[in-house]
Ligand binder design. Structure first.
Ligand SMILES: Cc1ncc(COP(=O)(O)O)c(C=O)c1O
Length: 350
């Protein structure tokens, strides 16, 4: 159609993980959601926000998400001027590209990691450069002076699960001439995070999501932490009412219930360690994970065979279409019971 930009008409678009309609009949381990519900205080806050007649919904929400930025600031140790809230971290990843890379400029990321960066860069008309990984999970041939406008580092890496060591990330920040976005979607399940680098380097941005550790994928909540100059630019780009009232109420309540949050993460990490051990014992090779998922390779290195067998038992895991990853599967960590069922099937199918 002549109405469309030819590059948009030609691009294939991102394919998100499968979300079945009859979700309750599946053990769903394909999109790294939290198997536990959010804090009961989140539900209370949403109901209180709606009220008995929904009258509050007539009015626009806070455009600046001020209360959330304050609550996040207290938790992470930053002034609210260093924080922007987003309608899922995907929104802020998109706006980072729009803020930094014009048409024809370079956007880089590691392959394999979160391929949505590539889609977002294509939409902007930017040039995508990917860097591979070495056997020891360092970035292959990363230049001493990287001139791209923006580089995305997913740590812990998805789908592989490993985290880059902090000194390594710091070196990347020094090597990047543009912005280094540290996508910490899974950092709450890891032993450490890179927040301190935001204070130390003006080109570092950290992004987080509430979809995984806070069990709020359905509400669409994320954030970025960076220098106020960067935050101010992102603020101009976003939709002015990017977070609805219910999402804002949910987010404040979730951030404030840290004991619930910590316990939820603790259970997932404990199950991850147990599941890794059990998979290894049946001959799988499993990359030690710092996220709420593992990347596991069956003994016959046939990810498709195992994916199909699990699917037939109504267990959904992620088989990635990339030939680099076809030997294995990314399996989200569910409840202990869900993982015991999954393990029993894996043992049965061999
Ligand atoms: C590495 C990474 N970044 C960002 C996201 C997007 O998160 P959100 O749900 O906050 O948009 C995901 C979701 O799976 C992810 O894996």
């Amino acid at each position: 159609m002549g109405y469309l930009r030819p590059d948009i008409a030609a691009m294939s678009g991102y394919v998100p993980g499968f979300q079945p309609d009859d979700i309750a009949s599946w053990i769903k381990l394909n999109t790294n959601e939290n198997p536990y519900p959010p804090s009961p205080k989140v539900v209370e806050a949403i109901l209180a926000e709606i009220g008995s007649d929904g009258a509050s919904l007539r009015a626009y929400p806070s455009a600046s998400s001020q209360k959330l930025r304050e609550a996040a600031g207290v938790l992470y140790g930053f002034d609210p001027s260093w924080i922007i809230m987003a309608n899922g971290s995907d929104e802020v990843l998109n706006n980072l590209i729009r803020a930094c890379a014009a048409e024809g400029q370079d956007v880089g990321y590691v392959h394999p990691s979160y391929s949505y960066y590539s889609t977002l860069a294509e939409i902007q008309g930017a040039v995508v450069c990917t860097y591979g990984l070495t056997e020891s999970f360092t970035i292959e041939a990363f230049p001493e002076h990287y001139h791209g406008k923006i580089f995305f580092l997913t740590t812990p890496n998805s789908p592989l699960g490993f985290a880059y060591p902090l000194p390594y990330i710091e070196k990347l920040a020094q090597n990047c001439g543009g912005i280094l976005v540290i996508d910490e979607a899974y950092a709450d399940f890891a032993d450490y995070n890179a927040l301190e680098l935001v204070k130390k380097y003006e080109n570092v941005v950290v992004t987080r999501t509430f979809s995984k550790s806070y069990a709020l994928a359905g509400m669409r909540l994320g954030l970025a932490i960076a220098r106020p100059e960067i935050i101010a630019a992102l603020d101009k780009i976003r939709d002015h009412y990017n977070l609805d009232r219910l999402a804002q109420a949910a987010c404040v309540a979730a951030l404030k219930d840290q004991p619930y949050f910590r316990e939820s993460c603790r259970k997932i990490i404990e199950t991850r360690e147990w599941f890794t051990m059990e998979l290894t014992a049946i001959g799988y090779s499993v990359i030690p994970s710092q996220g709420n998922f593992v990347f596991a390779t069956p003994p016959d290195k046939n990810g498709k065979r195992v994916y199909t067998a699990l699917y037939e038992h109504k267990i959904l895991v992620r088989l990635l279409s990339d030939p680099l990853l076809a030997h294995g599967l990314r399996i989200s960590i569910g409840t202990r019971e869900e993982m015991e069922t999954t393990l029993a099937i894996l043992k049965k199918i061999g």
